[in-house]
Write a protein that binds this ligand. Structure first.
Ligand SMILES: Cc1cc2nc3c(=O)[nH]c(=O)nc-3n(C[C@H](O)[C@H](O)[C@H](O)COP(=O)(O)O)c2cc1C
Length: 342
């Protein structure tokens, strides 16, 4: 089976993957996760039309950092010929670090699905097949497809759709246990993972509501998934990968990551973003995640939201360091032994 077997073997070694997340999984974010056990990480979704226009901004989403050993690149679009050209161009520019190309047939947002891209492809299986065939024809790496349960609850099409994508040449499929019309509401239905796995011979990557290492291990052991996507569960928690792997291998419950460790991770993440030459305002998003649950978190978050430059963020981290001198952990919570003076 070639690529499918290669993927299965890779997943057996580290089944917990950093999922593609637009606006989140840039190189600094991936480096943080890789430092804590994410062997495989995905890019943000990249528009094949954007690549066709050779936009440097679009290419920024594709190119791995020099310190990254590999990258899975996710593409979205609607035209098979643009996918074919994008696959060639991505292979050429990324080179040996390119592990696989994933095709997004899962994104529910109107800006994407409204144009026939992302999850809308689940309602256009012939086009979806043509896209996979076009990509596979040019690819020297595995081509995979990420999908949802279906477009609406009345269209539980993922099992059939996955079988068609496999027939078109997909070497693995990923399924997020929500319908497109659900967006991110409700709870993920993991039974779709088994339904898809029953219909395909290629490995299935499960996704949906993996919020902690325990969830990741549960999805892997209680469903037919060969691998698990860690998405929102990585927010402020880059340790999820090593924690899940250790829980899986040894049964050892992950140790809590204290505020010192979290503040240090925040500082490191800021450093990586600054080195990347990115707009520092991007840090506002992950700042809120690292600050969650800390004393006066809302006030610190407000302060992070007002930060613009690297200096602003450095001052924030320094003040957090000072404030944390009077923090202690009690009953699993971080509390301030003195009234916080912000
Ligand atoms: C902010 C955000 C951006 C996302 N962007 C993408 C994307 O670009 N491509 C994709 O296939 N899925 C994307 N997803 C979906 C995730 O990969 C994942 O399937 C989904 O969040 C369900 O997993 P979770 O409930 O464990 O977070 C995104 C999710 C979030 C929260």
């Amino acid at each position: 089976m070639g690529y499918a077997d290669d993927l299965r073997a890779a997943f057996a070694a580290q089944p917990f993957l950093l999922a593609p997340m637009a606006g989140v999984t840039d190189a600094p974010y991936r480096l943080m996760c890789r430092a804590h056990g994410a062997t495989w990480a995905y890019s943000e979704m990249v528009s094949v039309a954007g690549l066709a226009y050779n936009g440097e901004k679009t290419w920024d989403l594709v190119m791995p950092d020099a310190r990254e050993p590999q990258l899975c690149v996710q593409l979205f679009g609607t035209k098979p010929e643009q996918f074919a050209a994008a696959v060639e161009a991505v292979q050429e520019r990324v080179g040996a670090k390119l592990t696989l190309i994933d095709i997004n047939m899962a994104c529910p947002v109107r800006k994407v699905a409204g144009k026939g891209e992302g999850s809308a492809l689940m309602r256009a299986p012939e086009r979806a097949e043509a896209i996979v065939r076009a990509a596979v024809q040019r690819a020297q790496v595995p081509v995979t497809v990420k999908m949802r349960i279906g477009y609406t609850a009345a269209e539980r099409t993922a099992p059939d759709f996955a079988a068609r994508m496999e027939a078109a040449g997909a070497a693995a499929v990923a399924v997020h246990g929500r319908t497109a019309s659900q967006m991110y509401t409700g709870t993920a239905d993991w039974s779709i993972i088994d339904e898809v796995a029953a219909r395909v011979g290629v490995p299935v990557i499960g996704s949906g509501d993996v919020f902690c290492a325990q969830d990741a291990v549960r999805m892997l052991t209680e469903t037919a998934a060969s691998a698990v996507f860690c998405a929102r569960g990585t927010y402020g928690n880059p340790w999820i990968f090593e924690d899940a792997l250790s829980l899986l291998r040894t049964g050892e419950e992950p140790r809590p990551h204290g505020f010192e460790e979290r503040l240090e991770a925040f500082r490191q993440h800021l450093g990586l973003l600054e080195e990347a030459g990115a707009h520092m305002v991007r840090a506002r998003t992950f700042a809120a995640w690292y600050l969650k649950g800390l004393p006066e978190a809302a006030a610190w978050r407000r302060r992070a939201t007002a930060c613009v430059s690297a200096e602003d963020f450095r001052a924030l981290v320094s003040d957090l360091g000072k404030a944390s001198e009077t923090w202690v952990v009690a009953g699993g919570k971080v509390i301030d032994t003195r009234a916080a003076g912000l």
